[in-house]
Design a protein around this ligand. Structure first.
Ligand SMILES: C[S@@+](CC[C@H](N)C(=O)[O-])C[C@H]1O[C@@H](n2cnc3c(N)ncnc32)[C@H](O)[C@@H]1O
Length: 330
């Protein structure tokens, strides 16, 4: 089956895949909207006015919601979309899917906790950089006491349920992050209300807890703004990595980013990151990184991401950081 970001697939197929794989069990509204669009020739004709890479359900739905689309049944949405199509098209053309989910730090923390610090964090595809602050959030992993930053409980508390039989290596102390920087084609700035409004629209309708977290994480980041370099990750990686302090362990990481690159660009990235000192933490959809052996022997959900350290899968990860299933050693 194609994915919703596969620009070469017919639009109906992309919306069907989004309904069945990405939205199913995550957002009843988006599941209904995407299934509705997939079977609606009128809506498909409108969306096909956009260039293929802009036809993504997540982009079109977020643009509609930024403009006030009512949350409800598909027929109501379809009527609203037809009436407001020219504005939706304008927003979709000028924006990109840049969902920034601070809760993904709960996926990264067990890996960071096992890396000798101090740590220099470099995120490719950083959006607004909210995942660059793992040491500034509090964590509550199921069955574990809450882990707080050195200054005490954070305004962002990340709940993550640990699934499966293999205990995740939840650290008992925060990693020491001494440097943080990111790369994005279009870095968003948490100090700009329009950028925060777009990040808010990217959060799926039923996910009010994520919206509240976004606002709190944006405030933390606004108080210590991240260094974000604008540009393509393959073009900027070497120079930014070279500027990291040499007495810290470099950790290059990314979550839900590489599906936006074609296969050749992914290969270039894998080669580049492999040549850098330090470690590489990837959290991407299955099949996005063909060189990583996927652990189908470990229970997982269809929407789970493959969490890998240095090219070896360590866990299945809920795409928004809500759960982790650790894998036994390969
Ligand atoms: C879905 S967002 C994920 C943001 C963040 N990693 C997170 O997990 O919250 C993907 C980000 O990757 C960026 N991106 C996509 N292709 C890129 C490229 N070739 N170079 C740099 N950034 C890219 C997008 O602009 C977007 O901000």
């Amino acid at each position: 089956m194609s994915t919703s970001t596969d620009a070469s697939a017919p639009t109906a197929e992309r919306y069907r895949a989004f309904a069945e794989v990405e939205a199913h069990g995550m957002s009843a509204t988006y599941e209904a909207w995407a299934a509705g669009v997939a079977a609606d020739a009128t809506a498909l004709a409108l969306i096909d006015e956009l260039p293929p890479q802009k036809r993504q359900p997540n982009l079109v739905f977020s643009a509609a919601r930024l403009l006030g689309a009512p949350i409800g049944d598909y027929p109501v949405f379809a009527a609203w979309l037809a009436e407001h199509w020219s504005e939706v098209r304008g927003v979709a053309l000028n924006h990109a899917t840049q969902t920034n989910e601070a809760a993904r730090c709960a996926l990264h923390l067990p890996v960071l906790g096992g890396i000798e610090g101090p740590i220099a964090l470099l995120e490719v595809g950083a959006s607004a950089g909210l995942c660059l602050y793992p040491d500034q959030y509090s964590y509550h992993y199921s069955g574990h006491p809450r882990l707080d930053p050195a200054a005490g409980q954070s305004t962002v508390v990340l709940d993550c349920s640990l699934r499966g039989d293999v205990p995740a290596p939840v650290p008992s102390a925060m990693p020491e992050v001494v440097w943080r920087a990111g790369i994005d084609l279009n870095p968003l700035d948490v100090r700009k209300p329009a950028d925060v409004a777009w990040l808010d629209a990217l959060v799926w309708p039923e996910h009010d807890d994520r919206r509240a977290r976004l606002r709190a994480a944006a405030e933390i980041a606004a108080n210590m703004p991240p260094r974000l370099v604008s540009g393509d990750l393959n073009e900027q990686l070497a120079a930014l990595a070279a500027s990291a302090p040499s007495d810290a362990t470099l950790v290059v990481f990314h979550t839900a980013v590489l599906m936006y690159l074609d296969e050749a660009a992914r290969d270039v990235f894998v080669q580049q990151v492999g040549a850098l000192p330090g470690h590489w933490l990837s959290v991407e959809g299955r099949g996005v990184l063909g060189g990583i052996r996927v652990r189908d022997d470990v229970p997982n959900e269809s929407s789970d991401l493959v969490l890998a350290l240095d090219g070896v899968q360590r866990a299945w990860a809920h795409p928004h950081g809500r759960a982790l299933t650790w894998a036994p050693n390969p």
